[in-house]
Each structure stands twice: as C-alpha cells, then as structure tokens.
Design a protein around this ligand. Structure first.
Ligand SMILES: Nc1nc2c(ncn2[C@@H]2O[C@H](COP(=O)(O)OP(=O)(O)OP(=O)(O)O)[C@@H](O)[C@H]2O)c(=O)[nH]1
Length: 297
C-alpha cells in the first residue's frame, strides 16, 4: 500500500514550504515520494518551483481544485503517477481554495482501494491570518476554519510574525477549535515527516467526513503578464494599493536591472522576492475575491 498524505491550508499559509521540507526528508531517508499538486488558476507557479528543485515525480491539476475538477481527472493523474513511477508515498498539495474533505473524497476511488491508503490531513494554519480572521468575508472565513477543523495535525505556522502572547492565544484557540489534532508551532512549516507518520499511524479513515461544500466560493484568479521590466518600488506601491480581498499573488516579475524575472510571492500583506537563475516566463497569478478587473499600471 502507498501512503497518501493530504496537505491542506489556506492560500499562502505555507503548504508548499511544508511540501518541500517533507520531500527533502523523505528522500534523505530513502523513501520514494511523488506529488500531486493543484493550483487555483491556469498556471502553476508552485509546481515549477517544486519540480525544478526537488526532482520528484509530479502531476498537477490546474483550474480549480481537486474537488471541483472532478474526481475522474484526479484518478487519471494518480493512475499515471503509479504506472510511470516507483512511488511509496504520495503527498497531495491542495489549493488553498479547496475543502480538504472533498479533495480527499476524490482520492477514495475504488480504483485505488487496494493501492492507496489515505493517512490523513495535515493543515497549515497561517497564525497571523487566524488572529485577524474576522476581517475575512464569511464564506472565505468558513473555508479557512473548515480546513483547520478537519485537520489531523495542525501546523500553527508563521510563528515568527507573532509576539509570544499572540502565539499562546492562537495555539490555545486552535486547540479548542479542533481538539483532536495536535497543534505544532512552526516557522517556514518545518515539521518532520516522521512526526506526521507516527501521529497519523493510528487514525481511522472513516473519521474523515464531508461537512460543507467548498465549491461555490467567490474566489477568482487573474493572470497578469508583463511586457517590460518594472520598477521594484513602484510595483510594491501598487501591491500595497490593492484591496484586502487579494489573498495571494505569486509569479515571476521582471525587475529593472535584473537578468531574469524574480520569483514574487505575496500572502496577507507580506511580499517576498527571490532571484531566479533560470529565465522563467514573466507572469503573475492573483487570487482573491473580485480580482478579474485588476491590472498593473
Ligand atoms: N514570515 C513567514 N513567512 C512564511 C512562513 N512560511 C511560509 N512563508 C512565506 O509565505 C509565502 C507563502 O508560502 P507557501 O509555502 O508558498 O504557501 P502555500 O500555502 O503553498 O500557498 P498557495 O499555494 O498559494 O496556497 C511565501 O512567501 C513563504 O516564503 C513563515 O513561517 N513565516
């Protein structure tokens, strides 16, 4: 049997960071991980990052989430992974817009009954966002909470952005909200695979039940392309001027004076730039509510 772990969590909470950490550890201990990844939007920035740096079998589902793209597509992707590669652990990174239980439902196909064993849901919670969850619209907040409610393990991530007092409050609130999952405080989603494996060892799959639907969320994505290099400061000013309903941006932005477009990440008011050694296509995905009209300059 191949163990399947579902990585859940809101947009920008740290799922890809967790995925990268787990893959490195799995490879170090001689396991053979594969990744099924899905992204909200029609291009996948994360799979570029993971694929390039980790050299693991990877399949991606685009345009929506595992739950909304239909389970047949997920089945086909999984089938492909299993046929083409020698795999002993599958990590599924769901889009931040997915309801974790629905995403898991798609994996419970009779096709894989003898092959795959779903071990559980690991949810990365953005602690900063948790503290300010009242600012989210009710529907989005409900998805954010559902992802935490259904977790078998919760990472209270981004602890570096909180004071000790805030951290204590968040940990207590998360434990009260989901009192069956251990809450682990992390920075950059650093949690060991062995811990996850041991913790999830005893959980029964029928503990996972569908509660609400995440299919009709008002989230949209918008793809921006760049014809010429942009000034970093002007670009950041534009980012700061965007409405609060922009939850996540990621992509490659061509900066004046730089050889290759930079990897740009935005989550909850924080921006992050990383130089790229490869020339990636300059394009940016924006995810949020009502983002279809947004444009840069
Ligand atoms: N300050 C801080 N930033 C973090 C931490 N963990 C992740 N980040 C940053 O948050 C941003 C989003 O991280 P990802 O790991 O890509 O998050 P994700 O959940 O995969 O994002 P989506 O795929 O959009 O849902 C990146 O800029 C990370 O560097 C943390 O513990 N502290």
């Amino acid at each position: 049997m191949i163990d399947v772990y579902l990585l859940s969590g809101f947009l920008g909470s740290g799922k890809t960071s967790l995925l990268m950490n787990l893959i490195s550890e799995l490879k170090e201990i001689g396991r053979k991980p594969a990744v099924l990844m899905n992204e909200f939007g029609s291009i996948s920035i994360d799979s570029d990052t993971v694929g390039q740096s980790q050299d693991v079998p990877l399949k991606e589902l685009l345009n929506g989430c595992i739950c909304c793209s239909g389970s047949e597509k997920t089945e086909a992707q999984l089938q492909g992974l299993l046929e083409e590669h020698d795999v002993d652990v599958i990590l599924i990174e769901t889009t931040g817009a997915a309801h974790p239980v629905e995403a898991l439902d798609a994996v419970y196909s009779p096709l894989f009954a003898e092959k795959l064993r779903v071990k559980g849901i690991v949810t990365v919670a953005d602690t900063k966002r948790w503290l300010e969850r009242d600012k989210m619209s009710p529907q989005i907040r409900s998805l954010f909470m559902e992802q935490i409610r259904h977790a078998h393990i919760i990472l209270a991530n981004k602890t570096d952005l909180l004071t000790e007092g805030e951290l204590a409050t968040v940990s207590m609130e998360l434990s009260n909200f989901n009192n069956t999952a251990p809450v682990i405080q992390t920075t950059k989603a650093q949690l060991s695979f062995s811990f996850i494996e041991e913790t999830l060892g005893n959980i029964q799959n029928d503990e996972v039940k569908t509660v609400i639907s995440g299919k009709h969320l008002p989230l949209t994505s918008k793809l921006l392309t760049f014809e010429k290099a942009v000034d970093k400061e002007e670009f950041e000013m534009w980012v700061r001027s965007l409405p609060d309903t922009v939850y996540r941006m990621k992509g490659y932005v061509p900066l004046k004076g730089a050889k290759n477009p930079y990897l740009f990440q935005y989550a909850y008011g924080m921006v992050n730039w990383m130089p790229e050694y490869v020339k990636m296509e300059a394009r940016l995905v924006i995810i949020g509510e009502g983002v279809s009209q947004l444009k840069y300059q």
